[in-house]
Design a protein around this ligand. Structure first.
Ligand code: NAP
Ligand code: FE
Length: 365
């Protein structure tokens, strides 16, 4: 078991205001990264600005980060942060904003970096200090070393590096109350996908499995509630956020497996939110693993107090209906992306692109 997840994390209601000294320890010039909705709608931005005003911190805000953020927006923000002579980058938002902030902290240190150098990891091992404040409960990006960005060709690609572990993260579940029900569903199912995929990763170990098992055990009842259309209480939202962080710890150790990477294509092409796109293949993963290793899969159900039908039911009720059909020509065009793909190879059972093809044909033809 090798564990290296060096993020100082505070969770719970009011954590931001409870730790102003930590926030302020990185300097007096802060560059904030947000989108248009989460930071303001959740109240997180106001809480932060109140601390800044009391402590005369100078700040500037880049609020142009969109869902599935582009590398080009990160380059732009990085240059602005450099010109501002920022001491620290603070990302406030969901996975999109947090992932962007990770890379912006790098660009802000070296504005000569470009997209090519970013993906080639042709960079100095240096970035500005990085603080993340989550406003969704799903990606676990608060504690992962992953940044998923969209490149200049419209492809979603993940970059993994220890440099992307934040120095400090805040997970206040009360910030997630302002999410629309659509976003709350998509992000919660993303958390389930992380916990589940990690369990069926070739890299799963006793640490990641512990996170997965406990995460799924506490998350499933809340997902069932959401699936029945029951609104979540403050206590439920806390549990969902905690489960999402356990999912983050699980994938920080193992990475994700095929549903995540295959899902990227469906987000790019059909604009399906990330969590829903991954969940399209949740049942396929469980079916594949049932054939691959029935004992391990049965044990998983028994340890999580769950049944195969639970996952089917949750997906059926939480996912919108998508009208997707893939003809042979499209399939031939897209399959090469999974030929030598890390997430496919990371799936337990020596999964290959032929397995992905079979799944896509069964689902969409
Ligand atoms: P998101 O794309 O960050 O946010 C979805 C939408 O919800 C956005 O319009 C956002 O608005 C809004 N929003 C966020 N918080 C809100 C709040 N509290 N109240 C109202 N609206 C709010 O969704 P996400 O699922 O958290 O992140 C998905 C991204 O993370 C994808 O790009 C995915 O690939 C990536 N991801 C990363 C990891 C990782 O380990 N790093 C893992 C899984 C997924 P604004 O953005 O305008 O604020
Ligand atoms: Fe995800």
């Amino acid at each position: 078991m090798n564990v290296y997840i060096p993020v100082k994390l505070y969770t719970g209601k009011g954590v931001l205001k409870a730790h102003p000294e930590e926030l302020l320890s990185f300097g007096k010039r802060a560059f904030l990264i947000t989108g248009k909705h989460g930071a303001k709608g959740s109240g997180a931005l106001d809480d932060l600005l109140e601390i800044f005003e009391k402590n005369t911190v100078s700040y500037d805000i880049y609020d142009e980060i969109k869902e599935n953020p582009t590398v080009s927006s990160c380059i732009e923000a990085g240059r602005k942060a450099y010109d501002f002579q920022a001491d620290v980058i603070i990302g406030i938002g969901g996975g999109s904003v947090m992932d962007a902030a990770k890379v912006i902290a790098l660009f802000a240190k070296d504005p000569s970096l470009d997209e090519e150098k970013l993906y080639a990891k042709d960079w100095k091992k240096e970035r500005l200090p990085l603080i993340l404040i989550g406003t969704t409960a799903g990606t676990g990006s608060e504690v992962t070393k992953v940044s998923v960005l969209t490149d200049k060709n419209g492809r979603k690609k993940s970059i993994h590096d220890d440099l992307f572990y934040a120095d400090l993260s805040f997970g206040d579940p009360s910030y997630t109350a302002s999410m629309s029900s659509h976003t709350a569903r998509s992000t919660a199912i993303d958390a389930l996908a992380h916990l589940l995929e990690s369990y069926f990763s070739n890299k799963a170990d006793v640490f990641s499995r512990s996170c997965s098992l406990e995460g799924i055990r506490i998350l499933l009842p809340k997902l069932k509630k959401m699936a029945e259309g029951v609104s979540l209480s403050e206590e439920d939202r806390t549990v969902v956020y905690e489960a999402s962080l356990l999912g983050g710890y699980a994938i920080a150790s193992t990475g994700t497996v095929f549903p995540h990477n295959v899902g990227y294509y469906f987000t790019e092409t059909y604009h399906i939110p990330h969590g829903f796109a991954c969940a399209l293949f949740m049942e396929d993963l469980l079916e594949y693993e049932k054939k691959n290793d029935p004992a391990y899969t049965e044990e998983f159900y028994s340890l999580t107090f769950s049944k195969e039908e639970d996952y089917k039911d949750i997906c059926e009720k939480l996912l919108p209906k998508y009208d997707i059909s893939l003809n042979d020509e499209t399939l031939q065009k897209i399959l090469p992306r999974w030929e030598d793909n890390g997430s496919v190879k990371n799936t337990r059972g020596h999964m290959t692109v032929q397995d992905v093809e079979e799944i896509l044909r069964r689902r969409f033809q």
